[in-house]
Design a protein around this ligand. Sequence first.
Ligand code: ZN
Length: 160
Amino acid sequence: MALRRIVTKEDPILRKKSRPVEKFDKKLFDLLDDMAETMKNAEGVGLAAVQVGMLRRVIVIDVGDGLIELINPEIIEEEGEQYEDEGCLSLPNESCQTIRPAVVKVKAQNRDKQWCLYKGEGLKARCFCHEIDHLDGILFTDRKNPNPVIKEEHEEDIAR
Ligand code: ZN
């Protein structure tokens, strides 16, 4: 395993569309391993292959309940809305409140080429959406909530 360099906003690759994975070979497994290590090292909760310069439909996610590897992921169902602050390892100095579904169902292939179903709520739903967006060249700033909802915890922050 090796750490890979995370590309930042200035790199036009982040706006490109990633291609589906067809070959489930050592090259893919190395990419998955390196992405997991790179994400962990950067203390991120998700990483898309394009962020390490590979235009492949591959993402890794770990919101604290274990690593999930998703190959050729697609959102098949979404429900509700949530408004939370979001950031990105490729845009290290930016954050904004986004509009995301509250719950999503995602289908994706695993390393063994099998299609699996995943359900995410809250942070995990945001993470699935954020990373799958990367595969289509979409950044979280494109999902900015034009009328941000002021949250109670923000008021507490100001009061302190
Ligand atoms: Zn990101």
